[in-house]
Design a protein around this ligand. Sequence first.
Ligand code: SAM
Length: 321
Amino acid sequence: MQPTNAATASDPRLRGGKSYHAPDWVVWQGDCLAAAAAYPDDQFQLLLTSPPYPGLHGFPLRGAAYHAWLHERLAAWVPKVRAQTGVVVLVYKYGRTDDGWFDLDQLILLKEIEQQHGLKLVDLYPWDKLNSPPAGSHDRHDRDEWEITAVFARSPDYFYRPVRKPYSPKTIAKNKTGNPRQADVLGKHTNGHARLHPQGARQGNVLRISSSGDQGRPRVTGGSFPRQLAERFILQHTRQGDGVADPFCGAGTTLAEAVRLGRWGVGVDDDAVAVETAVTWLAQLTGGRFVNGVEDVSYSHKGQGPVNPVPELKNSGISVF
Ligand SMILES: C[S@@+](CC[C@H](N)C(=O)[O-])C[C@H]1O[C@@H](n2cnc3c(N)ncnc32)[C@H](O)[C@@H]1O
């Protein structure tokens, strides 16, 4: 299925915003609350997004006002995710409270999301940013190094397929010499040898991903997540041809990975600079052309299914499926 999107730049649903279309992706400029109306329910297999962080990077809302604002937008978008198989992934961070404590609201949000949007929490993946900036000296706590990545599903039948990573040379060497108790195997033994899975080892639920040197990914104001993070959840929860939505798309990281992996993507951002950054990058990645002020992207793809013009990420070692 391709992006179904008949709205135009003058569509009242966008409240004056713009939209940019290509065969495998669409980016809307405007409030994602309004843009949600352009899609019927059950359109997307995955919603993968990072909402603005409360009180950080210039976003003014915090506390109960922030939660109300976010829930209103999630209520518009969650039904667009397939009820049977769909998955919702949120990457987010809160600052400390005014008194310097850990802000429990970020954990309470998880419960609220379950209660208000008919979702169940599948897992939390702490994202260890590896290259998080030094943050001065704190006299009562250590510096923040991780963000929450929360994975929710609409039903117990949600689509999940483990994304495997290459075995370490040590594991492979051990396997050659025979080690029946070798961990991380299929559980079958042949002639006393553990049999390694042909697609590699299972991964754990801690994301250890640096966002520096992220192969040309442009940045926007506020946090943006690395391509490898998007790659992991797209491969884990979608098949080729599925739709992926990012209602707070920033530089377009989710869409860039969706298209590279043969999925199609829809993004929204209310910031004109972020949208221009995303559209310019996506057009470049997908062999198209974007000219300032022109609303429909001229796109060189000839329509034989999704293109895959972007080289595989060197550091992930994961092949497309
Ligand atoms: C944390 S950033 C997302 C970054 C993105 N994941 C990336 O990799 O670049 C949050 C984004 O939400 C956008 N935003 C804020 N309010 C919005 C709204 N009402 N609708 C859509 N986007 C909004 C901000 O402009 C910002 O780009």
